[in-house]
Write a protein that binds this ligand. Structure first.
Ligand SMILES: Nc1ncnc2c1ncn2[C@@H]1O[C@H](COP(=O)(O)OP(=O)(O)OP(=O)(O)O)[C@@H](O)[C@H]1O
Length: 863
């Protein structure tokens, strides 16, 4: 069969009439000169050396080779691509003819397209991107990013292409307005590309052309290894099938070379085609150099371009009418943005690693150099894992901080974000009650609607709150999100008149996933939209200004992302270049030191919350005070509350019924929490004045129990007992603390309900408190029934599944257990509170791993 196929392939159709063939070839050559002039159709050799680049319209056709129906009859083989469909080749880039053709087509299109209108994304796994090597100068100029060479890269490119064709945009409007075409060149697929990714490529092929996305895919269909990866030809594609030494070209989408109706089964171009070869190096050089020069005329600014004169005094600006800073350069013009009545809040969008942090660092240092700490207070909340804002936290190595920064949350919990919003909301209420706006609106000369301008203005600092990756806070459907959204809305609507400004960044928060009503109400309050690469979402759907932005550039729009007439100068929108503030880290750190040294005397350090840090009982100020004899009543110290100041979670052991503590959940950390709780209670009693009864009811907890007994024994009276001894001490008259590990082991059979209930109710009155760890919370309910909450005032919930939490706390809490956190539920306030529990030393060593980024005491000790 193979031999027959080869023989048949070698048999070319016999020309009927050679004269007619020559005549036809001549007519086709003439037609091609019109259809694909210059770069699009001329042979790729020195004849193109002087040909001008860039046409006035996106080229619709391109030459792929020479058709040769007879030995002496030739004409250019031309196919439609941009504006029509795609091109596929059945072999990938490892075939040198494919590599040559793909490079030739790409060079022709880049040279002929209107400058900057064609955006190219490349994928080449088989030769690790070598195919695109001649185009490297374009990558350096930001015109064409380096190609993807693996599966993750392919998936990122596909995601970008999917955003491009995203159906959530008004389809008709979008295509009409696109100034750009995206060309996806897949020169070779990564090994074992998954069926799901192949399906994505096919879907893009289906929907792309209508949205200005076109593809050249080499090696399609991919080898049918499994049923899942078996793919039909791509829709809307002209297919090139390689033979030896020529190739066959199918009919292009929606048309036929033979003039037959497109749907009829035609054979494609009825002539062998010799594909164009790799262009000579000097043509690549010329095209790439000229294109990159055209796009690289503006020099990249440095941080110094955005800051006030280095030699000038600090803090010379006045914030009463708003804050202003330079965010980037448009050519040699500095572009400034404001936080004031008209542009009170900003939104910044961008894909991962688009430079959001860099942009923010520029803005924050710009503001902090211009305004004194008495005029500007900054709150930073960062939900990313990399810890973008560690820059703003003092470290063990560098103690300096920006004096304007009041609070920094690095790798913050959602509850921390909420606590910041609550705090700002409270500040807003205070400012409203005082009737002391900091801003002066242009219309009323200073007061928000309905208030008389205050004659004696007291200057309050403007507050800037930056939330990085907002979607982490508001992306889950729960109570935290509901409250955060409500508070954001209040702050966004009312904050502007009271000098409270918000900067939000996010990947998806403002895109299709945000509920519409929320976008309408809150996001509408953010007139300043800053789109970094991949962040076009923050602009109006029909505004394409951010398409294809290179790293280090941003579109800055002050009209809620609104576009404008195509090609017109838009007064409300600028494209800026901004520096990488870390390009020279010494510049940044010397500026920080300068600002830090200029801080007023006794200026407080920022409160720092580091989500990855493990706080320690031994560092706790309440614990240290207790050890020093400065405490009014005994209490168990359980950890840090996840809030703005990181308060200690204190559970007082008062002489009132129910003052007992249970730790619930199978997480072995429960033993550590119980141990530190007992240690902290002991610290509240002077040496030798307290009695502890320690019991371990399961062999697994014998270790921590004996260790605790040993520790406590150094200062206090300790009895180590078994279950029997424990039950006896339930009714003993002597005051003391019963510390029980694995108490669920005895329940329900070995633990008489009435005995336990009596202890819970009457114990505290005579100074007896139970501190116990139950690995199976269900057992507690089995012993005490539904009255658990009345009988026991303090509960620390570890990895208790949500339904059981709801059962224990008597209603839906929406709590999701997570490692390193616990839920504290303690009367009298009865609000479930997220805490970072204190663990014992061994647990700490297990959990701390590599958490040394901020690496200083303050990380675990928010001030
Ligand atoms: N103006 C610039 N010019 C050149 N490179 C830059 C510029 N700004 C940032 N970069 C580089 O881009 C990378 C990503 O920057 P950055 O961390 O600011 O992005 P990000 O959007 O905050 O990332 P993430 O999504 O991880 O939060 C960094 O390695 C940085 O060095």
């Amino acid at each position: 069969a193979t031999a027959a196929a080869t023989a048949l392939d070698a048999t070319r159709p016999a020309p009927a009439d050679q004269l007619e063939q020559h005549d036809l070839a001549e007519r086709l050559r003439t037609a091609a000169a019109v259809l694909v002039p210059g770069w699009l159709g001329a042979p790729l050799d020195s004849r193109l050396d002087a040909a001008p680049l860039g046409g006035s319209i996106v080229p619709a056709f391109v030459r792929i080779g020479t058709a040769q129906p007879l030995d002496d009859a030739r004409f250019p083989a031309v196919v439609p691509l941009l504006g029509t469909g795609h091109l596929t080749l059945d072999a990938d880039v490892r075939d040198p003819r494919v590599a040559g053709l793909v490079r030739a087509v790409l060079l022709r299109l880049l040279a002929a397209a209107p400058a900057g209108s064609l955006l190219v994304r490349g994928v080449d796994a088989a030769t690790s991107g070598l195919l695109f090597a001649p185009f490297a100068p374009l990558a350096d100029a930001g015109l064409m990013p380096p190609p993807a060479t693996d599966r993750a890269g392919l998936q990122a490119v596909l995601t970008e292409a999917e955003q491009w064709v995203r159906p959530s945009r008004p389809a008709g409007a979008q295509h009409r307005r696109r100034d750009h075409t995206l060309l996806l060149v897949i020169a070779s697929l990564p090994e074992l590309t998954e069926g799901a990714d192949l399906t994505r490529i096919a879907a893009l092929a289906q929907h792309g052309p209508a949205m200005g996305l076109h593809m050249i895919v080499a090696g399609w269909p991919p080898p049918p290894l499994t049923e899942e990866t078996t793919q039909p030809p791509l829709p809307h594609a002209t297919m090139v099938t390689l033979r030896n030494p020529y190739a066959l070209v199918s009919d292009p989408p929606g048309a036929s070379f033979s003039g037959a109706a497109p749907q009829s089964s035609t054979t494609g171009l009825n002539s062998p085609v010799f594909l164009d070869e790799d262009p000579p190096a000097h043509l690549f050089d010329r095209v790439c150099r000229e294109l990159s020069i055209r796009f690289d005329t503006d020099p990249y600014p440095g941080l110094a371009d955005l800051l006030p004169d280095d030699t000038a005094e600090l803090w010379t600006e006045e914030a009463a009418d708003g804050l202003v800073t330079t965010v980037g350069m448009a050519g040699d013009r500095a572009v400034t943005l404001r936080f004031n009545e008209l542009t009170p809040h900003w939104i910044i969008g961008g894909r991962p690693a688009a430079g959001k942090t860099s942009f923010l660092v520029n803005v924050l240092y710009g503001l902090c150099s211009r305004y004194a700490p008495s005029q500007l207070a900054i709150y930073l909340v960062d939900f990313t894992e990399g810890g973008s804002f560690t820059e703003f936290a003092p470290t063990g190595r560098d103690h300096s901080w920006l004096p304007h920064v009041r609070a920094v949350g690095v790798e913050a919990d959602r509850e921390y974000g909420l606590a910041v919003l609550r705090d700002l909301d409270a500040e807003l209420s205070r400012r409203m009650d005082q009737g002391e706006p900091v801003t002066r609106s242009p219309q009323d000369g200073g007061s928000p609607a309905g208030r008389q301008p205050s004659t004696r203005r007291r200057q309050l600092p403007r507050i800037l709150c930056v939330i990085n990756e907002l979607q982490v806070l508001t992306g889950v459907d729960d109570q935290v999100t509901a409250e955060a959204n409500a508070r954001l809305e209040t702050l966004a609507r009312t904050g502007r008149s009271y000098g409270i400004h918000l900067v939000l960044t996010g990947r998806t928060a403002f895109g299709a996933q945000a509920p519409l009503d929320h976008r309408d109400t809150v996001i509408g309050q953010f007139p300043v939209r800053i789109a970094l690469p991949g962040g076009g979402d923050v602009l109006e759907p029909t505004n394409d200004a951010a398409v294809g932005l290179p790293l280090g550039t941003a579109v800055v729009n002050t009209a809620g992302g609104l576009g404008g007439p195509r090609g017109a100068t838009r007064g409300h929108e600028r494209m800026v270049r901004f520096p990488n503030p870390y390009a020279d880290p010494t510049v940044l750190s010397s500026l920080r030191h300068r600002l830090w040294e200029a801080r007023p005397a006794d200026h407080p350090a920022p409160g720092i919350f580091a989500g990855y840090a493990q706080p320690q009982l031994d560092d706790d100020p309440t614990y240290l005070a207790a050890l020093a004899g400065r405490s009014d009543r005994p209490a168990a110290l359980l950890g840090r509350i996840v809030d703005l100041t990181g308060r200690t979670a204190v559970f007082p052991l008062d002489p009132i019924p129910g003052r007992h503590l249970v730790i619930l959940g199978p997480d072995p950390a429960g033993a550590g929490i119980l141990r530190t709780a007992a240690r902290s209670v002991a610290a509240h009693h002077s040496s030798g004045t307290a009695r502890f009864v320690v019991a371990s009811l399961t062999p697994e907890t014998d270790g921590p129990a004996t260790a605790l007994a040993g520790e406590l024994g150094q200062r206090q009276n300790v009895e180590y007992v078994d279950l029997e001894g424990l039950l006896r001490s339930f009714s003993a008259e002597q005051p003391g603390y019963l510390v029980v590990f694995g108490m669920d082991q005895a329940a329900p059979e070995g633990l008489p309900t009435d005995l336990l209930q009596t202890l819970l109710r009457e114990g505290p009155g005579r100074g007896v408190h139970l501190l116990s760890w139950w690995r199976q919370p269900r057992r507690l309910v089995e012993v005490l029934g539904a009255s658990v909450r009345e009988e026991i005032n303090g509960m620390v919930l570890l990895d208790v599944p949500s339904p059981e939490v709801d059962l224990l706390l008597g209603g839906p809490t929406g709590s999701i257990p997570r490692p390193g956190r616990a839920l504290l539920y303690a009367s009298p306030d009865n609000q479930p509170t997220v805490i970072i529990p204190y663990l014992d030393e061994a647990d700490h060593r297990r959990s701390s791993g590599n958490h040394s980024k901020v690496g200083h005491d303050q990380a675990s000790q928010p001030s």
